[in-house]
Ligand binder design. Sequence first.
Ligand code: UDP
Ligand code: MG
Length: 243
Amino acid sequence: MTTEISIVLPLYNEEENIRPLISSLFKVMERVDKEYEIIAVNDGSNDNSGKILLELVSTYKDVRIITFDKNYGLTASIDAGFKAANGTVVVTIDADLQNEPDDIPLLLEKIKEFDMVCGWRFKRHDPLLKRLSSKVANYVRNKLSVEDINDSACTLKAFRRACLDKIKLYNGFHRFLPTLFKMEGFSVTEVKVRHHPRRRGISKFNIRNRIFVSFIDLLVIVWMKKRLLEYNAIQNQEDLKKS
Ligand code: UDP
Ligand code: MG
């Protein structure tokens, strides 16, 4: 049977979250009642994540794993998941249970009308400094790149797989996926999603390790958007041959 949905889990040192997340996903997908696969991308974890994933893979046929030899970062995990996905729709979700698996059906409903659905963590449950820096980052990103996406870095997203062939990701570009989609002429929408505090394990991102590099990435995106080739031919050789 053909896989309809691929759920991609980018994962780095999430040993305590994997099992509860997978069992939540099983429950949600049972309700959705579509053929699916779960692709866990182990981004060079050095805790027990790898061992736990191997156990899960040998028990459940719907779970697949990709294991990196070292830590390459979130964009690389997402990219590897995209490339491995067999589903016509790809859903990405954080592996730490901060995103709510039960919101996936909402995204699947919306993706029927759009090429990409971007989760918006309307009520963030992160430390104050992170919430504030994220607000500022989204404001600056929207201003400079002339966008209106509330929460571009939310991992909970759904994509039409066919569109992903046109998207080339560079390190850090997971934050700009909505813009990259729009640049290709694809349709993008947002849905409000739930967000939970991180209960187990630690966050891998903080102001220090993302503010400077994300700003440089933003300038690259601004440049790419400005220099996008947009031309309109009023006649071409093929038309001449036909007439
Ligand atoms: N992650 C990853 N590679 C990394 C850093 C993070 O695959 O180098 C995963 C991580 O395991 C989680 C998701 O990306 O599933 C988001 O990371 P995190 O929860 O640390 O970010 P935060 O929610 O604090 O912004
Ligand atoms: Mg998190």
